[in-house]
Design a protein around this ligand. Sequence first.
Ligand SMILES: C[S@@+](CC[C@H](N)C(=O)[O-])C[C@H]1O[C@@H](n2cnc3c(N)ncnc32)[C@H](O)[C@@H]1O
Length: 172
Amino acid sequence: MIPPGSVVLDLMSSWRSHWPEGHPKERMVGLGLSAPEMQDNPDLDEYVVHDINNNPVLPFDDDTFDAVVITVSAQYLTRPIETFQQINRALKPGGIVIVTFSNRMFPTKAVRVWRASSDRERMDLVASYMDGAGNFERIRGGFVNTDESPPGDPIFSVVSNKAAGDPPPAES
Ligand SMILES: C[S@@+](CC[C@H](N)C(=O)[O-])C[C@H]1O[C@@H](n2cnc3c(N)ncnc32)[C@H](O)[C@@H]1O
């Protein structure tokens, strides 16, 4: 789903990015709350400590990343529309955002609407963040457990792409 050789942002990063073993990437940047955790993450080439709830403005230039992932953390976003607008800005045109989540959370930290939602409603909620931010297309989601996944431990994903923009004008 993420093309080989991509520049990737692991947003709300920590000890591990769960990057598929052997899948080539050019560079992965982590952004999270804990420097010691991200220092220990073998997939990260660099990291930034930044609280996106305090300040959703991502410290990256426009059109920087081929892919942005948010793994088992979207339930803690208190300013999701601004956050997804920033993700859109930092993605290259056509770039992909992948939000993956399970049915686990720290209930005291998750936003109320997440706690009150079913798994299916959480997929709709994340899709509504992307839709509300604008300039995302092909918003899609589903249950993504592999055959080896433990029963009763569901994983869901919601994915979309930054609009690719207008094609360049034809040469005359
Ligand atoms: C359940 S952990 C998941 C970490 C990692 N994404 C993973 O897949 O293992 C939630 C992470 O979200 C990050 N986080 C929570 N609130 C955040 C915020 N306001 N800004 C940036 N990161 C945040 C924390 O640093 C924490 O590492």
